[in-house]
Design a protein around this ligand. Structure first.
Ligand code: SF4
Ligand code: SF4
Length: 92
């Protein structure tokens, strides 16, 4: 799914047990299991590098505390509202 990334995810390969729950639960499918084995002999999850929305679902699905950290990117500032000449707030 293409789109502006609103978040990013970091997986600690030393905490991940390769269960794949985060991969299955991620709505935009931006997680995958790495083909390499970790030192524990499992395929750890990893971020594909794009499309994370920062929703946090992977974090809540993961059974291993500390394996996933989700970062939400700050939203761009909204444009300032300007009043043009002759406009006034309506009388109540
Ligand atoms: S925060 Fe949401 S979009 Fe990002 S990797 Fe986790 S489940 Fe996927
Ligand atoms: S849910 Fe957690 S333990 Fe399972 S693969 Fe994802 S990061 Fe690893």
């Amino acid at each position: 799914m293409a789109g502006q990334a609103r978040g990013k995810v970091k997986v600690d390969v030393n905490e991940c047990k390769g269960c794949g729950l985060c991969v299955e639960s991620c709505p935009p499918k931006c997680l995958e299991l790495a083909p390499e084995l970790s030192q524990y002999g499992v395929h750890p999850a990893r971020y594909t590098g794009h499309d994370c929305t920062g929703c946090g679902i992977c974090f809540y699905c993961c059974p291993e505390p500390g394996a996933i950290t989700v970062y939400r990117l700050a939203a761009p500032p909204k444009p300032a509202v300007t009043m043009q000449g002759g406009e006034h707030a309506p009388a109540l």
